[in-house]
Design a binder for this molecule. Structure first.
Ligand code: GDP
Length: 310
């Protein structure tokens, strides 16, 4: 089955190319579009955003709504990447936005993260950002991005990447430089079209791939990951699989993402990105599984623990 109501993406970029600004702009426009309609219902202002940020310092992921579709935006590491964190994050998503500054063009971190995305067979959408800059070099930058894809041996499908031109700070995006644009609708539409919806078995035995850990003084260890198969409920008994080792455990709280917040939910299913508490010994790379049919997921492919670009 296919979760047409869901997309899981990551935004990858060199530092300062506008990732935070783009996520903020997407958040501001979250939920304002109804299907086939352009009417803005309510745009989040900076105060709303700051307020949410204030209470959610620890939430690593962001979820925005576009019509009836929930888009999970998984946080990618900024400067430093130790021990394959980029790979782990990319394992949770079905597509990436590769954000490139319209003046600076591709930079070392652009190349680094793009290589990882291409290796994981993801097809990027290229977003050339800051097109409002007086010194923009949009055409040259588009060529440089294509050269980078070729240098990194992208396959034919990946080379056929769509391009969006954006001014994240002003909250708009367009598919042709000559278009008029006032919002991010063209980016949202393209994203829904190009990034595959999660697919799999919603009724099969539970498998959650644990990709990130977090900690909270109040609830303790938090395991974050993607549901690869089946459904999960709060309070559910599960097995934590570590190679041949099986440990019985019980899920405490179950969270999904909404805006910048983690919100408690009773149930989640195939494709959802979730956070769970109560699994004190769980580690990254392990599988949270059904007690009757425990099947470990393949280990996350991390070829080398890589030192970050600086
Ligand atoms: P990040 O490091 O990728 O998260 O980058 P930020 O989102 O923090 O943005 C870095 C800088 O670029 C900030 O000063 C932003 O205001 C600026 N910026 C972001 N988007 C745009 C844009 O569309 N146009 C211009 N001119 N500046 C932008």
């Amino acid at each position: 089955m296919k979760r047409d109501d869901l997309r899981n993406i990551a935004i990858i970029a060199h530092v300062d190319h506008g990732k935070t600004t783009l996520v903020d702009a997407m958040l501001r426009q979250s939920g304002i579009f109804r299907a086939n309609e352009l009417v803005a219902e309510r745009v989040m202002d900076s105060n709303d955003l700051e307020r949410e940020r204030g209470i959610t310092i620890l939430s690593k992921n962001t979820a925005v709504m576009y019509g009836d579709v929930k888009i999970n935006i998984v946080d990618t590491p900024g400067h430093a990447d130790f021990g394959g964190e980029v790979e782990r994050v990319l394992n949770m998503v079905d597509g990436v936005l590769l954000l490139v500054d319209a003046f600076e063009g591709p930079m070392p971190q652009t190349k680094y993260v793009l290589r990882k995305a291409l290796e994981q067979k993801l097809k990027p959408i290229v977003v050339i950002n800051k097109i409002d800059r007086p010194d923009e070099r949009v055409e040259d930058v588009a060529d440089e991005v294509l050269e980078l894809f070729i240098e990194l041996e992208a396959d034919d499908d990946q080379l056929d990447f769509p391009v969006v031109y954006a001014a994240a700070r002003d909250g708009y995006a367009k598919l042709n430089m000559a278009d008029e644009a006032t919002d991010l609708k063209p980016l949202f539409d393209l994203l829904i079209k190009e990034i595959p919806a999660p697919e799999g078995d919603l009724d099969g035995p539970l498998q959650i791939m644990v990709t990130t850990l977090d900690y909270d003084d109040y609830v303790g260890r938090i395991a974050i990951g993607r549901i690869i198969r089946g459904r999960v409920f709060n309070g559910q008994n599960v097995l934590v699989l570590n190679g041949d080792l099986e440990t019985r455990a019980k899920i405490g709280r179950l969270y999904g993402y909404q805006g910048l917040k983690r919100v408690e939910v009773k149930e989640a299913g195939l494709g959802d990105i979730i956070a769970v508490t109560g699994l004190d010994n769980v580690s990254i790379g392990q599988t949270i599984a059904d007690t009757e049919h425990p099947e470990a997921l393949p280990a996350i492919n991390i070829d080398e623990p890589t030192l970050a670009m600086t």
